[in-house]
Design a protein around this ligand. Structure first.
Ligand SMILES: NC(=O)c1ccc[n+]([C@@H]2O[C@H](COP(=O)([O-])OP(=O)(O)OC[C@H]3O[C@@H](n4cnc5c(N)ncnc54)[C@H](OP(=O)(O)O)[C@@H]3O)[C@@H](O)[C@H]2O)c1
Length: 285
């Protein structure tokens, strides 16, 4: 066993969102790489949490609303993976939770903080759930903790994960707003977990970096064609007018408009594959 591997095996990474998409995948890939993984869940009795425990992940019951319930989880950890979901908590709490993790990590002397962000890292987008992430990024950068920020493109999971209401959002409203043929950059949330493990494994390369992540570029039309060729039928659509979506989901509506004018770095896919060569295309995913 080489020295790096031996050092990793003695160290723990604390994973927030461990029962979710990015955190769950991060936990699995970190464990595969030899890290000890401790996760936080508000409900360790739920199936996903129990499965993780069965796979050898230590689970701590905690709620970021109350710092006292998560404080001890930081004890002795080398690294922390931080993710929030404003669609669960609301925007105000997203920022509160993100900053709470930074403060607790700082108090605990954490050596590497990986923050799962999105957007551009500044408040120029006008997209509320990107602004909140920009605020958290500011705290991460000001903390003095060696950090890595991951800014993911649209998740491929939007196409099939029920949480994202694909028949309404991905297959109906999104193309109405951005156009059926507009090229969208994609990454699987699962692959963000793999990238996270690479980042913790190589702090010399990734500490202090802000990484834009995408593994494919396909329009909604192309995604629909891929879906249809794989499943034999086009994806189900729930027809709803874009104006109604604009009224009910202002934040996502603004994000779709922002997508139309955002220019991602030209090498984003190539750069993501340098970190995780197996990152899936839409078709493979
Ligand atoms: N959709 C996209 O295309 C896309 C693209 C890029 C970035 N993003 C961003 O990705 C983020 C969501 O990531 P995800 O999809 O991996 O999240 P997710 O699967 O919804 O997981 C959210 C996690 O947060 C935990 N959680 C919720 N409230 C908590 C609290 N009060 N205390 C402690 N833990 C709490 C939940 O754990 P328990 O329930 O077990 O407590 C759950 O594991 C969002 O910020 C979103 O903006 C999305």
């Amino acid at each position: 066993m080489n020295q790096i591997m031996q050092e990793i095996m003695e160290k723990t990474v604390l994973v927030f969102g461990v029962t979710g998409r990015q955190g769950g995948a991060a936990a699995v890939y970190l464990q595969k790489a030899g890290w000890k993984v401790r996760g936080v869940s508000r409900n360790p009795e739920k199936d996903k949490a129990k499965k993780m425990v069965a796979a050898g992940i230590e689970m701590v019951k905690g709620n970021l609303d109350d710092p006292e319930t998560v404080k001890d989880a930081f004890s002795g950890v080398h690294g922390v993976f931080s993710v929030q979901n404003p669609w669960i908590t609301g925007l105000k709490k997203e920022v509160e939770h993100g900053r709470r993790i930074v403060d607790l990590a700082s108090d605990a002397g954490v050596k590497h903080l990986v923050y799962a962000s999105a957007g551009t890292g500044d408040k120029s987008t006008g997209v509320p759930h990107f602004n909140t992430k920009a605020e958290i990024e500011e705290s991460v950068k000001a903390s003095g903790i060696p950090f890595t920020i991951l800014r993911s493109a649209s998740f491929m999971e939007l196409m099939r994960d029920k949480d994202f209401l694909p028949p309404l959002v991905m297959w109906n409203v999104m193309p109405k707003i951005i156009g059926d043929e507009f090229p969208v950059i994609w990454i699987s949330a699962h692959d963000v977990g793999a990238v996270t493990a690479s980042v913790f494994n190589n702090p010399g390369e990734f500490a202090g970096k802000e990484l834009q992540l995408a593994a494919d570029k396909q329009s909604v039309k192309e995604c629909r064609e891929i879906y249809t060729s794989l499943y034999g039928n086009p994806p189900k659509r729930i027809p709803a007018p874009a104006w109604l979506f604009k009224l009910m989901q202002k934040d996502l509506y603004k994000m779709f408009l922002w997508m139309l004018q955002y220019k991602e770095p030209e090498s984003i896919i190539e750069d993501t594959r340098k970190i995780y060569p197996e990152a899936l295309t839409v078709e493979k995913w």
